[in-house]
Design a protein around this ligand. Structure first.
Ligand code: ZN
Length: 245
């Protein structure tokens, strides 16, 4: 039988460990909820719906063999459901030939991260981050990393000093913002990390492909930067205003 083979296979063990940083699927029903944004556990709604079938392999009796399915997971927190398209992995290999069968998500609806920012976050930053999460959920880690770097560039443009923004490229701006100090400077290591992977995502021919787990890590780091620099201070200011002092 001839089945399409994946071009990249990175870090896929036979059975993925529970990872609270990755979006949930039927093999690992835990992680950030695309609905409420909280890290949660999920109930898998049975049965999954097969959507794509092998053309030349059949079960005894003629039943079709699927290699892509739709799973629906219910968040134990908000009780809403997320739709996930999953690929079949056999023995840890996508569409593989022998071993244990598991299913792994590669597309999520609703799109994780979209529209979950506090209104205080500037639109260009939220837009770049949201587009990056759409790339992540569609299995495009290079694009995600490049867009997260773009979100970082908007953060530096917004929060950086005149000296930092006077520099030509982003890595020099980051060096300057570390020298300038303040909340943005304290996150210099994180900014370097996002910048590094963003460059790799934009130039995979030079640096090699960004893996899905690397892109997810860069997204989590960028999300934390946005929270620390924008959302947490705004929430604190609102609470203080509510208390009247
Ligand atoms: Zn939820």
């Amino acid at each position: 039988m001839m089945l399409p083979m994946p071009t990249t296979l990175v870090g896929h063990d036979d059975q993925p460990a529970r990872d609270p940083d990755t979006f949930p699927d039927s093999a690992d029903p835990s992680g950030p909820c695309p609905r409420c944004g909280r890290v949660s556990n999920f109930s898998v709604i049975e049965p999954p719906l097969p959507v794509s079938f092998k053309k030349d392999v059949f079960f005894p009796g003629g039943a079709r063999v699927s290699y892509q399915q739709v799973s629906v997971l219910e968040c134990n927190g908000c009780q809403d459901r997320t739709v996930i398209i999953e690929d079949q992995y056999v023995g840890g290999v996508r569409y593989g030939g022998s071993g244990r069968t598991t299913w792994r998500g590669f597309h999520w609806w609703p799109t994780p991260g979209a529209g979950t920012f506090d209104p205080v976050v500037p639109a260009p930053i939220a837009a770049a981050y949201d587009e990056a999460t759409r790339c992540l959920s569609a299995g495009a880690p290079n694009g995600a990393a490049a867009l997260l770097r773009n979100a970082l560039a908007h953060i530096v443009a917004d929060k950086g000093t005149e000296a930092a923004n006077g520099k030509r490229d982003l890595s020099d701006k980051i060096k300057q913002m570390v020298r300038d100090g303040g909340p943005l400077g304290a996150l210099g290591d994180w900014a370097d990390h996002v910048n590094l992977y963003g460059n790799a995502g934009a130039h995979p021919e030079v640096y090699g492909d960004v893996t899905p787990s690397e892109a997810a890590e860069v997204a989590a780091l960028t999300r934390s930067m946005i929270d620390l620099l924008y959302e947490a201070p705004a929430k604190f200011a609102r609470r203080r205003a509510e208390r009247g002092r």
